[in-house]
Each structure stands twice: as C-alpha cells, then as structure tokens.
Design a protein. Sequence first.
Length: 145
Amino acid sequence: MRQSSRGNQKSAIKNQKSIKAFVRWWLPVLVWMGVIFSGSSIGSIPRVGGKTTDGLAHRAAHLFEFAVLGALTLRAVSKDKRITKREMIITLIVVALYGASDEFHQRFTPGRSSEGLSVLFDVAGGIAGAWVWRQVSTNRQRING
C-alpha cells in the first residue's frame, strides 16, 4: 500500500513539473499565436498613408509579429540550453507553417486578402527574432558561465 502511495506522489510531482515547464516555455508561444490570430481576424484594416506607405507599414507589422514568434519559439525549443542547428530549423518550420496558416485564415476573413509574399515576410521576421534570441541566449550563457 505504501509503495502505491509513493508512486502516486511521484507521478503527481512529475505532472506538476510538466505543467510548470509547459507554462514557462510554451504558453508564451501560444499566447502570441493567439495575438497574431486575433489581429488577422480583424476585417478591413485602416490604410496608413498612401499605397507605398501602407504596404511598408503592413510588411513591418508582419516582420515584427513573426520576429516575436521566432524568438519565443526558439526560447521554448531550446529551453535555455545551447542552441543548435536543430532548434533553429524547428523554429523556422514552426514560424513558416504558422505564417502560411495565418495567410490561409485571412482568405476567409471579410475585408482581408491573402498574399503568399506575406509568408516570406513572416519567415524573415521569424529568422530575425530567432537570431536576436540566439544572441541574447549566447551572451547570457557566457555571463553565467
């Protein structure tokens, strides 16, 4: 009877650690994906200046949104360990798939359009964000030994 009770305690502690790890690493990624999804769900977005200015503003928004996603995803994938090529590739795959799904979602949002070129800006933003996180993480590891 005591063995079973200890086994249940160990299992409960392991589950708590798994939940804490999920919240720490992956919840920020999912929340940010929700922010992007919410923004994509808004119908007609107001124009910013002329056609060129508006295009630049929207491209900059894609770069920023997905830079944050790239940084958060790399943070979650690497879990504060040394970042390898594998983690970078996983991050870019996640960013690219989410960027493509974002454009697909916009096809069905009244007042919005879907452009394949936007996915390239999403991926470029993801690369930039992942690069920044990699620099921050590498510097942090150097400082902490």
